[in-house]
Design a protein around this ligand. Structure first.
Ligand SMILES: [Zn+2]
Length: 371
């Protein structure tokens, strides 16, 4: 894969190429943007181009180095390998002593949040101090090729006290290494880290571009491709991994809950719906909450009088418009605040159904009028 094959965000691609061409590569990048939009893919491509045996500012995709680094395109397989080598049910000390590092070429490492298969309880995947210490040591080694590249994927999962290890590398940057951090937004990272990185924000791709990527990379039927592209919110990676039918149903159910809450009726029904959602173990609670974020974003567009709203859930435009007639922007903002609290609560193992019920109840008009 060469830079020209990367779809979307051409100005970022041009900037990275330019830096390689003139040989002035920053020691740290921060790639921000929604999941699946191509942050990790472009980071890997950059690592290839920085070390390609034939080209200076692009990846030929054919030389030994390009091919080795290309193996990082399937992190899942390397992760399984790493976890298997560490052994099932590793204790906390072993997890730090044998850090999870994805590597298919000596100069390029990818770090991903460690899912730590402890027996119980299931911990949230996060970047661990052992992983960051390993980078801290390795960053100062001389590269075998031209440049050592460390991709730190999901940098927002770093605990802030742990992030200080990382800050040390950024304060005394090694001359022949580049760190590439990826995160949904700069606000999820320590400001001192953000200020030491060159930041690029990845914009969502137009649905038509997502469709053309799906046509090339999946064997889905045309109707399924259109649906997945519409629901992907501009992220081809997300579109590729999603079960569009199920995702569509989730959004429909989510909107039903919001609609019932807006009407303040049928609370028994509202709670039956939240019950279904809280039992859906196929996706994480964060992903379930993102369904509501997406729906409320659309409702915010519809209630704030924007001329031609760009809906994330275009297939539900009629239903969304009907809910929007019952509510105002203040209602939506209350919903978004409630979701923020729920997201924070989920990190502390809050009971999911109770949290969702509380949110629905808060949005019901009969309760709001008491404020
Ligand atoms: Zn090459």
């Amino acid at each position: 894969m060469a830079f020209s094959e990367f779809l979307g965000n051409p100005q970022i691609v041009a900037a990275l190429r330019g830096a390689l061409r003139v040989g002035r590569v920053p020691h740290a990048f921060l790639f921000t943007g929604p999941r699946g939009v191509g942050k990790y893919t472009l980071a890997r491509l950059f690592a290839q181009a920085a070390n390609c045996e034939r080209l200076n500012d692009d990846a030929c995709g054919e030389c030994h180095t390009c091919q080795r680094i290309a193996l990082l395109a399937e992190p899942q397989r390397l992760m399984e390998q790493g976890l298997a080598e560490r052994g099932e049910g590793a204790d906390a000390a072993t997890v730090e002593r044998v850090p999870l590092i994805l590597q298919s070429h000596p100069d390029v490492w990818a770090l991903v949040p460690d899912p730590v298969r402890l027996k119980s309880p299931v911990a949230r995947p996060m970047l661990r101090i052992g992983q960051l210490r390993a980078v801290q040591r390795a960053a100062y080694f001389q590269p075998m090729g031209r440049r050592r590249v460390f991709i730190i994927d999901g940098a927002e999962t770093m605990r802030w006290d742990v992030a200080n290890v990382f800050l040390k590398i950024l304060e005394e940057p090694p001359s022949s290494a580049t760190l590439i951090l990826t995160a949904p937004s700069p606000y999820s990272l320590l400001p001192t880290i953000v200020s030491r990185c060159l930041q690029f924000h990845f914009a969502p791709l137009p649905a038509a571009e997502v469709e053309s990527i799906l046509k090339e990379k999946s064997d889905l039927a045309p109707a399924a491709i259109r649906l997945a592209a519409q629901l992907s919110e501009g992220s081809p990676g997300y579109a590729l991994e999603m079960d569009a039918e199920k995702e569509s149903l989730r959004r429909r159910n989510g909107l039903k809950i919001l609609e019932r809450a807006a009407r303040g009726e049928e609370f028994g029904q509202v709670f039956a719906q939240t019950n279904i959602i809280s039992k859906d173990r196929e996706i994480s609670f964060e992903e379930q909450l993102s369904v509501f974020y997406s729906l409320l974003s659309d409702l915010l567009e519809l209630t704030s009088g924007i001329d031609s709203p760009q809906l994330r859930n275009a297939p539900l435009c009629k239903e969304l418009a009907s809910v929007a007639r019952r509510i105002d922007a203040g209602w939506v903002m209350r919903g978004l605040r409630g979701l923020d609290q729920l997201a924070a609560g989920a990190r502390r193992n809050l009971n999911r159904q109770l949290g969702l019920d509380a949110l629905a109840a808060e949005l019901a008009p009969s309760l709001i009028s008491r404020e």
